[in-house]
Design a protein around this ligand. Sequence first.
Ligand code: GLN
Length: 452
Amino acid sequence: ATITEITKQTIERINELDPKVDAFLAMNEEKAMAAASEMDTAPMEQRGPLFGLPIGVKDNIMTEGLVTTASSRILEGFNPIYNATVVEKLRAAGMVIVGKLNMDEFAMGSSNENSYYKKTRNPWNLDYVPGGSSGGSTAAVAAGEVPFTLGSDTGGSIRQPAAFCGVVGMKPTYGRVSRFGLIAFASSLDQIGPVTRNVKDNALLLQAIAGHDEKDSTSADVEVPDFAAALTGDINGLRIGVPKEYFAEGVSESAKAAVYDALEVLKEKGATVEEISLPHSKYALATYYLLASSEASSNLSRFDGIRYGYRTNKASSLLDFYMNTRAEGFGDEVKRRIMLGTYALSSGYYDAYYKKAQKVRTLIKKDFDDAFKNYDVIISPTTPTPAFKIGEIIDDPLTMYANDILTIPVNLAGVPAISVPCGFEGDMPLGLQIIGNYFDEETVYRVADVFE
Ligand code: GLN
C-alpha cells in the first residue's frame, strides 16, 4: 500500500471507532494527507523503519498549526507557532501525525476524567476509564485506531494508562527525550515517551524521539543506542530485584499473582530473582504531590489570559481580569494543585514542605542508586488494581492519587521504566512494570521483550 492509502485508511478507522472511544481531540486530516502524498515520492533508500506510519500525539505536545490545548479550557483554540522537538523528530523519521489525543487537564489526573473537553473510554470496556493522564494515547492504541502514540509521564501518566489499556508504554530516563515544546506540568519530573502495541515498535519510536537538544537545558548529552538491537531474547544471568514495598496493602491479589507468574518466566530464562527493599517508598506519594504541585503552581502562572487562549469577558480591573480568566479557564483539579503548590512554596511553609520534600526526594533516589549496584532491573506491578469505572472515584482525590503509588518513585528518581501487559483481573488488563538504571532503556526493553 502507498503511504497515502495507509493514512487514508487510518483516518477512516479513527472516524469509525472514535465516536465510541473518544480518544482524539483534534484531527489533522488535510495536512496528514498532504504529508503522505509527499512521502510517497521519497526514494526507498531514504525510508527508515517508521517511514510513512501514522502516529497520534498527546495534546500537551506543541504541533505547529494544529490546535494544542492540554485538554484545558484556558488553551481553547490555541494554535502553536512552533513544533515540539519530538514533533520535528517524528517528521524527520517520516511519521504522519494524524491527530491530537485527549488527556487529563495539564496532565493532572489518573483517569482522563479531568479533561475539559471529553472523557476517553477504555476500549476493553467502555464503562471504564482508560487511565491517565495519557489515557487518550493508550486508548487509541488499544482500540487499534493508530499503532503509535506519544504520551507524557510525570508520575505514571504513560505507564498507568498503558497498564489499564493493555498496551506498552515507556517513560524514558529523565533527560533522554527533549521536553522542548511539552507544556510543562512539573519540569523536574516530566518526560515524553512512546506508547505502542508491542515492545519492538516501542524501541523504534523511542529511538526516533530520543537525543540531546540544545533547546532543553535538562536534556542529556548522552549517546542514543540502537534500542531495537537490544531485543536479543537473552536475559541469562540478569539480576532482578523485587521490592517488597510494592506488594503491600492495596495491591490486588491478581496484580501480585500476575507479576509472580512473570518472574517465573524470567527465572526459566536464566534470570535470578531476589526480594529487595526500597525503604523510602512510603514517602513517595506525599513527596510527589508537594513537589509536582509546587512546580505546577509556578509553571501555570503564565496562563494569564493575555498571551494564550481563553480570556474572560467579565472584568472591571486588571486584577479582576487575571482572577476571572483563571477561575473560568482552569478546572477543579488544576486549581487544587495550584493552591497546594502555592501553599507549599509560601514563606513560612517552604522549609516545612517544599524543602523537606526535596530532601526526601534525594533519599528516594538513593534507594534506587543502591539497588542498581546489585540488580539490573527492578520489577513490580504497574498499578495496584486494574481500571475502575468512569465516575467511581472522581470525587475522592486521595484514592485517585493512590493509583500512582507504584509509578511515582520512578519519576522522583529519574530512572526509566516500562509497562507491558501482564494478565487480567476479570476482563480488565494488568501491567508489569520493569524499572531500569539511568540511561539503560536497553536492558528494560530486553526484559520486556521476553513477554512478546
Ligand atoms: N496521576 C498523577 C498526577 O495526577 C501523574 C500525572 C502524570 O504523570 N502526568 O499528578
